[in-house]
Design a protein around this ligand. Structure first.
Ligand code: ADP
Length: 202
């Protein structure tokens, strides 16, 4: 935790197929890191509860959940885990995946997090991405990933909605990571960027 009570955080950014999920899972295994993916937090809600129902009413249409509700759910999740001792603010750095996703969420999250770094996984070769997503569709039973038009549309929406979020932060915080590489090489570049911001605790 920082002296003003905000939690130390690193943002993990990347479009569909950029390898964000793979890298997030690995980073989450580090002892002083807590990986929080907003989609996972939403999916863990009780489906019968009011908030669970509200989440489904948006996500099943492919829509984003409203900003205030999203940040409230995130805050409650973190508060509960801090209270249970699972997250220790003086020890853990949060790796946030999928939040903030809009510029309004950037504002709403600002009182709660001290963003130390933004890891921006960049795919330069779009054909690599399309092939990766098609491959994932075959393995993971995600038919939405198999259609090239749908893939291109998702990439367009990502570029449109994510760029303003990146620009809402100081450019010096953003580390562009070449995500065209093999997973271990991507991890190595992430480690180099993170070693400067993660406290050197064991
Ligand atoms: P996807 O990358 O397919 O959107 P996620 O697991 O990141 O999958 O999110 C699943 C759903 O959860 C989204 O479609 C959206 O409805 C909701 N969601 C996740 N993160 C956010 C966020 N930061 N703001 C609003 N809604 C979100």
């Amino acid at each position: 935790m920082t002296t003003d009570g905000r939690l130390r955080a690193v943002l993990l950014f990347g479009g569909p197929g950029s390898g964000k999920g793979t890298q997030g899972a690995v980073l989450g295994g580090l002892p002083n890191v807590c990986h929080l993916a907003m989609g996972d937090i939403f999916r863990a809600l009780d489906k019968q509860s009011g908030i669970g129902q509200e989440f489904l009413s948006y996500s099943t249409k492919g829509l984003l959940v409203p900003d205030e509700l999203t940040v409230r759910v995130w805050q409650q999740h973190v508060q509960d885990r801090v209270a249970s001792g699972d997250i220790r603010p003086d020890y853990h750095t949060l790796i946030l995946d999928g939040i903030p996703r809009t510029t309004d969420q950037v504002e709403l999250m600002a009182p709660h997090i001290d963003v130390r770094k933004i890891l921006h996984l960049v795919i330069h070769d779009e054909s690599v991405l399309v092939e990766r997503l098609k491959g994932r569709a075959l393995k993971g039973n995600r038919p939405d990933d198999a259609n090239e038009n749908v893939i291109c549309e998702r990439l367009r929406v990502y570029e449109e909605s994510t760029a303003p979020v990146l620009h809402a932060y100081d450019a010096s915080l953003v580390a562009d990571i070449n995500a065209d590489q093999a997973p271990l090489a991507v991890l190595s570049d992430i480690a180099a960027a993170l070693s400067k911001v993660l406290p050197a605790t064991i």
